[in-house]
Design a protein around this ligand. Structure first.
Ligand SMILES: Cc1ncc(COP(=O)(O)O)c(C=O)c1O
Length: 423
């Protein structure tokens, strides 16, 4: 019988499921019961027992096993970035440079701190913040750069650090996807002033919700602890208060992070092996490439693995139709993030985002010039699910086989795209 795409009624390339996420076993059940029975469920006093234990382990892990890094655990990986900026003294009247291709939270955080996010384009191969665009966007009001390390990539941190030093700017790394990554032997999140990690349910070190800030600076760490604990003073003299609120994570979630952390490195290593194998395999597929991982990345890790498609290799259709057809083949995937200018969150007429008069022009998404991010988001970007990379080489081979199968059926893809466009 002639081959048919699964979306058109054929048999899928992968008919059994990839492993489930999140993973849990008896250890997670036991630790949750322990907290339940202790009666100490909340996050006060901050940090709680399980919170402190996790932060110590995770900070040391991300710092290559060395002491000297501090972890501050809070409710999610969005307020982490808001708190980082506030701890750095960044707020009203200040500007923070962010990339156009990331989750909306990276843009929300500066606004929540009272600062203006300045959106710049990403570079064409890794889709990470373009250092040239960063330099061009610097003004006397610029206070920080927020590189984001999406999927398997790491931003060009050598270039970002050089720019930050030259202009006296802070760096807050958005590491929501990046537990386990290293750049030049240094764990990400500890290259700049702060690193922000997410523990939301789809992320690779998860408790359902949660976020951790890492820093090597004890003063910044103390301020962040205060900012998330209603501004309470955390210095020995009890005198350094901040304008804080309650962003504490409860102990049930913190406990779960302890057990998840125990198995994290083994999961990361498995994804790294199979991610590198995927990079190799994709060099043999026309019209599909893995995003560029710079040579300076010394340990690979990823939340999802990002590939870029050339629509011409898929009958001229974009990532949305390819994803739909790939999903039907049993290969879990997602089109990824919108370009910053397309988020409803940043359209004041839709989200009622408050925009101070003097920022009306700069906050108008139409004024942001980000062609690389716009094209990537609309046509090229596909996030492959992490569990494809926890299924041995066979898991990767099936994903590649499905991409090749799709390329053999451009007419079906065109119909899928037309049906999607018609709603
Ligand atoms: C790049 C990026 N930054 C920040 C966040 C925010 O993390 P959280 O959902 O924990 O607030 C996410 C979550 O998806 C993200 O992908």
């Amino acid at each position: 019988m002639a081959e048919q795409l699964a979306i058109a009624g054929g048999s899928p390339v992968k008919s059994d499921a990839y492993p489930a996420w999140p993973y849990f076993d008896d250890k997670d059940e036991a630790i949750l019961l322990e907290v339940l029975r202790s009666g100490v469920w909340g996050g006060y006093p901050e940090p709680g027992k399980y919170n402190a234990r996790f932060c110590e382990t995770f900070a040391a892990y991300q710092n290559g096993g060395k002491a000297g890094a501090h972890g501050i655990l809070m409710v999610n990986g969005t307020v982490t970035m808001e708190v980082a900026l506030k701890a750095l003294g960044i707020g009203w009247g200040d500007e923070v440079i962010i990339p156009a291709l990331t989750f909306a939270a990276t843009g929300y955080a500066p606004i929540a701190a009272g600062a203006l996010p300045v959106v710049v384009d990403v570079e064409p191969e890794a889709w990470t913040i373009d250092p040239k665009a960063v330099e061009a966007a610097i003004t006397p009001r610029t206070k920080a750069i927020m590189p984001v390390h999406c999927g398997q990539v790491v931003s060009d941190m050598d270039a970002i650090v050089a720019i930050a030093r030259k202009h006296g700017l802070a760096i807050v790394e958005d590491c929501a996807h990046s537990q386990g990554k290293e750049w030049g032997g240094q764990g990400v999140g500890l290259i700049g002033d702060f690193g922000s990690f997410s523990h939301q349910s789809s992320k690779i070190l998860t408790a359902g919700e949660g976020g951790t800030l890492l820093t090597k600076d004890a003063t910044l760490a103390r301020r962040a602890h205060s900012l998330i604990d209603c501004g309470r003073a955390k210095d020995d003299a009890g005198k350094e208060f901040t304008f804080g609120a309650n962003f504490r994570l409860g102990e049930l979630h913190a406990a779960l992070l302890n057990t998840q952390m125990e198995r994290f490195e083994a999961q990361r290593a498995e994804r790294e092996t199979n991610g590198r194998y995927m990079e190799e395999q994709l060099t043999k597929v026309n019209g599909v490439r893995a995003l560029k991982v710079f040579d300076r990345v010394t340990r690979l890790s990823f939340y999802r693995f990002i590939i870029a498609i050339d629509p011409e290799a898929f009958g001229g259709v974009g990532n949305a139709a390819v994803c739909e057809a790939l999903d039907a083949e049993g290969i879990g995937c997602w089109v990824g993030y919108e370009s910053m200018s397309d988020y409803e969150l940043f359209q004041p007429h839709l989200s009622r985002m408050p925009v101070p008069m003097q920022y009306a022009k700069q906050m108008d998404p139409k004024s942001w010039h980000t062609p690389v991010a716009n094209r990537a988001a609309k046509l090229e970007q596909i996030y492959l699910d992490e569990n494809i990379f926890r299924s041995g080489k066979a898991g990767v081979d099936q994903a590649v086989e499905a991409l090749l199968k799709l390329q053999r059926h451009p007419d079906v893809l065109k119909k899928v795209a037309a049906a999607m466009a018609a709603g």
